[in-house]
Design a protein around this ligand. Structure first.
Ligand code: HEC
Length: 400
C-alpha cells in the first residue's frame, strides 16, 4: 500500500511538474521571441509616447499588437501581468519529485558504488542526500558569484557566458563521479533549473519590483535592474533546451550509464544551447544555420560516444557460442537476485522490484526478453550496484 501511495503521489507531482515547466518555458520562449521580433513603431505618435518596438501577430483567430517601452511609459497601469509562479511551481514540484524518487532510497539511487573516488563509493544514504542538496545549493552559489564578479554591470556578458559554460562542464564531470549516472544527469539538469528559478526569484522579479516602485514614485528606475534582468533571462533561455533533455534522460539508460557519461552530457548541453541560439537569432531576422549544424554535429558525436559495445571495435569478441543454463543462472544469481527475490527485504524493498523475481530457471526463462533488454541498455543492475562487467553483459546478449 505504501509503495502504491508513493507511486500515485509521484504521478501527480510529475504531472504538475511537466505542466508548470511547459507553461514557464513556453512563456519564456515567447517573450524572447517577442523581444527579438520587435521592429521600430510605424506611427509617429507611438514613438512620441516612448514606444521602442512593436510586433503584430495573429493567433487563435485574433490580431495582437504588442508594444515595448524602453523606459517608463507616462502612466503605468495597475493591472500589470507578472510572471513568476510558473517558475516557482516548476522548481518546487521538481524538488518534491527528487525527494520522493531519489532521497527516500539514496543507497540505490544516489550512491555510485563504482565511483573512482573511494569516499563517494562508501557514502551512507544520508551523506549522499546531504551531498546532493549541497550540490544544488553550491551550483547556484557558484553561478551567482560568477555573474556578480565577472559582469556586475552587464558589460562583460560574453566572458561570463564562457565561464558559465566551463562551470557546466565541471558540474557534469563532478556529478557523474559522485553519483549514479541517472542521478548525475538529473542533478546537473537541476543545477541549471535551480539557477533559472533562482534568477527569477532573487534578481529578475525583485529588480522589476524596484523599477515599478521607482516609476510609480516618479523617479527614473535604475537601468542596471533592467539590464541584469535581461542578462539572467538570456542565461535562462540557453539553459531551457539542455535542462529538458537532462530531465527526460532518466528514461534512457544508454546515455547515463556509459563510462564517459559526463562527455555525453556536455555534448548534449552544448548542442541544446546552440540550437536555441539559432531560434533566438532567427526571431531577430538573422538565419545562421551554422549553429544548429554544429549542434547536430555534437549530437552525432554523442551518438558515437554512447554507442553500445556492439558498435564499437571491441564487439562481442569474448563470447564463444551461446551460453548455457548454468552460465545464465550463475550471472543472474550474482548480479540480480539480491534485489529481484520474492522477499528482498534485506535489500530495502518490500516486494520484488517492478514485480520481477529471478529465483529459479522458470522465472529466469519466462522473463528472458526483459532481462536481455535491461542488461543491454545498462538500466540493470540498478546503478550497477553489483558490478556487472561488459563481458558479462555480452554473455547475456548472446543467450539464445
Ligand atoms: C540494487 C537492486 C537491483 C539489482 C541488483 C537489479 N535490479 Fe532490476 N530493478 C531494481 C529496481 C528498484 C527496479 C524498479 C525500477 C527502478 O526503480 O528503476 C528494477 C527493475 C527491473 C526490471 C523492470 C524494468 C522496467 O522496465 O520497469 C527488470 C526487467 C529488471 N529490473 C531486471 C534486472 C536484472 C536482469 C538484473 C541483473 C542483471 C537486475 N534487475 C538487478 C533493482 C535492482
Amino acid at each position: 500500500m505504501q509503495a502504491y501511495i508513493i507511486d500515485f503521489v509521484n504521478l501527480l507531482l510529475r504531472w504538475l511538474h511537466v505542466i508548470a515547466a511547459i507553461a514557464w518555458i513556453g512563456e519564456s520562449i515567447y517573450f524572447v521571441m517577442l523581444d527579438n521580433s520587435l521592429r521600430s513603431p510605424k506611427a509617429a505618435e507611438d514613438r512620441e509616447k516612448g514606444v521602442f518596438g512593436e510586433m503584430w501577430s495573429v493567433h487563435g483567430g485574433g490580431f495582437y499588437h504588442n508594444q515595448k517601452y524602453a523606459t517608463a511609459p507616462a502612466k503605468l497601469p495597475n493591472d500589470l501581468h507578472w510572471s513568476f509562479w510558473k517558475a516557482y511551481t516548476t522548481w518546487l514540484s521538481g524538488f518534491a519529485l527528487f525527494v520522493i524518487l531519489y532521497m527516500v532510497n539514496p543507497g540505490f539511487y544516489l550512491v555510485n558504488p563504482n565511483s573512482p573516488w573511494q569516499w563517494a563509493a562508501n557514502m551512507t544514504g544520508w551523506q549522499a542526500n546531504l551531498l546532493a542538496l549541497a550540490f544544488l545549493l553550491g551550483g547556484w552559489v557558484v553561478y551567482n558569484e560568477l555573474c556578480k564578479r565577472i559582469s556586475p554591470n552587464m558589460d562583460r556578458d560574453g566572458l561570463l557566458s564562457i565561464a558559465v559554460a566551463v562551470m557546466m562542464i565541471v558540474v557534469a564531470y563532478l556529478s557523474t563521479q559522485m553519483f549514479t549516472g541517472r542521478a548525475a544527469f538529473l542533478l546537473t539538469g537541476a543545477v541549471m533549473a535551480t539557477a533559472m528559478s533562482a534568477n527569477v526569484f532573487f534578481w529578475i522579479i525583485p529588480g522589476q519590483r524596484r523599477m515599478v516602485k521607482a516609476m510609480k514614485a516618479g523617479d527614473a528606475p535604475n537601468p542596471l535592474d533592467g539590464k541584469r534582468g535581461k542578462q539572467r533571462s538570456v542565461h535562462n533561455t540557453y539553459f531551457t533546451l539542455p535542462v529538458v533533455l537532462l530531465m527526460v534522460s532518466n528514461h534512457y539508460s544508454f546515455i547515463y550509464s556509459h563510462e564517459l557519461a559526463w562527455v555525453v552530457m556536455v555534448l548534449f548541453i552544448f548542442a541544446g544551447a546552440l540550437i536555441r541560439q539559432f531560434f533566438v537569432l532567427m526571431h531577430a531576422g538573422k538565419t545562421q544555420p551554422a549553429y544548429p549544424a554544429v549542434g547536430v554535429g555534437l549530437i552525432l558525436l554523442a551518438f558515437w560516444v554512447a554507442a553500445p559495445s556492439a558498435l564499437s571495435p571491441s564487439g562481442n569478441e569474448g563470447v564463444d557460442g551461446p551460453p548455457d543454463q548454468a552460465q545464465i543462472t550463475a550471472l543472474i544469481e550474482q548480479h540480480c537476485v539480491q534485489c529481484h527475490a520474492r522477499n528482498p527485504e534485506h535489500a530495502g524493498f518490500s516486494a520484488p522490484p517492478a514485480g520481477f523475481a529471478f529465483e529459479n530457471w522458470d522465472e529466469i526463462l519466462g522473463q528472458k526478453t526483459q532481462i536481455q533488454q535491461v542488461v543491454a541498455s545498462r538500466y540493470m543492475p540498478l546503478g550497477n550496484m553489483t558490478n556487472m562487467s561488459d563481458e558479462e553483459r555480452d554473455i547475456i546478449a548472446a543467450w539464445e
